[in-house]
Write a protein that binds this ligand. Structure first.
Ligand SMILES: N[C@@H](CCC(=O)N[C@@H](CS)C(=O)NCC(=O)O)C(=O)O
Length: 234
């Protein structure tokens, strides 16, 4: 039987099914990337809620797996070589799970690198820029009198949306006909920008018709509908 007891994170979040992949997360745009991919692949997993209300991400048990105190993180009892693998950073987790299952990443090397390129575009561009825009539009930063920081992130978010919109003009998904981890990385953030962050008007979202079309197809997928609410908030 699989034994994960040497991983301190399992003290705070005990594994009921230690043979299953353990997910430590919260349904935020970074968190749901992993629950959506897990739902899409059909891999057996056990979700654990990391609550920010109780600062769970700062607990020694969570930090033992991710010293960067951010969700999502995973512990796969059946990692490379059949040994457990702990991982944090959503982009790394998406690539790992896609390669482990052989799904949602092209098999040919060029297609694989191109998919990773778009995952990096989300990780280095869309995520950080939209996140800052959320801070300046919806959270503490909205009361700052000086609007220049907000405007900088509005401009950069628009630019990134423009790049993606142009790319999607003649494509069903980011990689063309195939739905991949590049879509799973990006569309939760776009949904969040116009939803929770309420920044649709600010970025002129109606100008990005191709992004809007693909977002609609994305949120209609059954695995996306499910993954968006995993782990369930307490
Ligand atoms: N680059 C990281 C970012 C993860 C991240 O920012 N997670 C946020 C939630 S979306 C978080 O855990 N924040 C908690 C904190 O900063 O204390 C990834 O993609 O995994």
């Amino acid at each position: 039987m699989t034994d994960l007891s040497s991983f301190p994170i399992t003290k705070k979040w005990p594994a009921q099914h230690p043979e299953r992949l353990q997910l430590y997360s919260l349904p935020t745009p970074n968190g749901v990337k992993v629950s959506i991919l897990l739902e899409e692949t059909g891999l057996a997993y056990e979700p654990h809620l990391v609550s920010f209300e109780t600062q769970d991400q700062m607990s020694p048990e969570f930090l033992s797996l991710n010293p960067n105190n951010k969700i999502p993180a995973i512990l796969d009892p059946d990692g490379p070589g059949g040994r457990p693998l702990a991982l944090f950073e959503s982009g790394a987790i998406l690539i790992y799970l896609a390669e482990k299952t052989g799904k949602f990443i092209p098999k040919d090397a060029a297609g694989r690198y191109e998919t990773i390129q778009w995952v990096m575009f989300q990780m280095g561009g869309i995520g950080p820029m939209f996140g800052q825009l959320g801070f300046f539009n919806k959270f503490a930063g909205k009361d700052y009198e000086d609007k220049r920081p907000r405007d900088r992130y509005v401009a950069e978010s628009k630019r990134l949306l423009g790049v993606l919109d142009k790319h999607l003009a003649n494509r069903t998904w980011i990689m063309g006909d195939d739905y991949t981890i590049a879509d799973i990385a990006s569309f939760p953030w776009i949904r969040n920008l116009i939803g929770f962050y309420e920044a649709g008007d600010l970025v002129g979202f109606s100008d990005f018709k191709n992004v809007a079309r693909v977002l609609e197809a994305f949120v209609a997928r059954p695995a996306v509908v499910k993954g968006l609410n995993i782990p369930k908030r307490g």
